[in-house]
Design a protein around this ligand. Structure first.
Ligand code: RAM
Length: 342
């Protein structure tokens, strides 16, 4: 009888501890809620990013919830509102493509105090507010390459302008700073940068800024647009103003939006990285931090699923960084292979 009671008691202990053990296990391994906050809704670049974010969650976060959103227009105020609401909701991790690097710091610090992992990707949140930056491509190379691409198109001669996104967006500003460094080299002596204008990463504003450049600078030969929104809008403006063959475009464009203009020669060459891979990597790395698999410290190396192995390094301007890879140049020879991919 005693022996039977003992067996019964042991069984109950086993079942109870298995149940609680199960709960503890679920907490350490998820499911988690990961949020991705982008510059704005309705930007095709971020629609491609979202594909990669969802892929990453399906791969490492079975049962996780992915919240993907951004403000209606690309403002920092809109992002503060969105992030505050997410913090109140009690998510586990967030990765942000920032419209301004410093104004988001207080809300990001609040998030971290509430136990939320905060990273940024694409466009930096200052390291004071974010634990890690998932960098799409070496910033110096992206900036310098855009000047080189423009110079090749213009044969190193003539007036050109830069049509950027928002004046507070750190990715565009960093690339432009490197463009100016590159332009100081002697081989560009006959190229003249006449203006830097901002289309705010909005289609119509970018289009009217491009039209304004054509009016203000009748000798303009080129435009560099380091934003996919600016690229598509400027290409349309060149066509509508019937300036094909007179004004040429390069910058950072989405192959799906730019294929026709590349084929027509309005944009003979442009660069970009894979936005699907960028979304995948930002989400994957943030999820690794949320689950405690990595701490986000310099020198840590780890596997990022299909992207392979990566290391966290320290960048003097960007803070702790994980790098996606080199940018890719699109032209008439390869655009058909990419037009349907992103
Ligand atoms: C736009 C956005 C984004 C940038 C790309 C190249 O879609 O400004 O932040 O990385 O262009």
């Amino acid at each position: 009888m005693k022996r039977k009671q003992f067996i019964c008691f042991s069984l109950i202990v086993l079942l109870v501890s298995a149940a609680f053990g199960g709960v503890a296990f679920a907490q350490a391994n998820g499911p988690f809620t990961i949020a991705v906050v982008v510059k704005s809704e309705g930007n095709p670049f971020f629609e491609a990013v979202e594909v990669g974010c969802r892929e990453a969650v399906e791969e490492i976060g079975a049962g996780d919830t992915l919240i993907f959103l951004g403000p209606e227009s690309p403002t920092v105020e809109g992002q503060i509102e969105v992030i505050s609401a997410l913090v109140a909701q009690g998510i586990d991790g967030i990765t942000i493509a920032a419209n301004e690097p410093n104004a988001l710091v207080p809300v990001c610090q609040r998030a971290q105090k509430a136990g939320i992992v905060v990273t940024s990707f694409d466009s930096l949140v200052s390291p004071d507010g974010s634990q890690l930056f998932i960098n799409q491509a070496d910033m110096e190379r992206v900036g310098r390459d855009q000047v080189r691409l423009m110079a090749e198109i213009l044969d190193y001669e003539g007036q050109f302008a830069i049509l950027s996104a928002g004046p507070t967006m750190s990715n565009q500003n960093t690339w432009i700073a490197w463009m100016l460094e590159e332009l100081a080299e002697p081989e560009y002596a006959k190229m003249e940068l006449v203006a830097i204008v901002y289309g705010m990463d909005e289609r119509e504003k970018s289009y009217s800024e491009a039209m304004g450049l054509f009016r203000s600078y009748p000798d303009l030969r080129g435009i560099i647009s380091p934003t996919t929104v600016g690229m598509a809008a400027t290409a349309r403006a060149i066509k509508d103003a019937e300036l094909d063959g007179k004004v040429f475009l390069t910058g950072l464009g989405l192959p799906s939006e730019m294929a026709a203009y590349i084929r027509e020669g309005i944009c003979p060459q442009m660069a970009l990285w894979n936005p699907i891979d960028l979304g995948y990597m930002a989400t994957y790395v943030t999820r690794l931090m949320v689950a405690g698999k990595i701490k986000g410290e310099v020198g840590e190396t780890f596997e990022v699923g299909k992207m392979g192995s990566r290391e966290i390094t320290m960048d003097p301007a960007l803070g702790k960084v994980v790098l996606l890879g080199p940018p890719f140049v699109f032209n008439q020879e390869n655009i058909d292979d990419w037009a349907d991919v992103y």
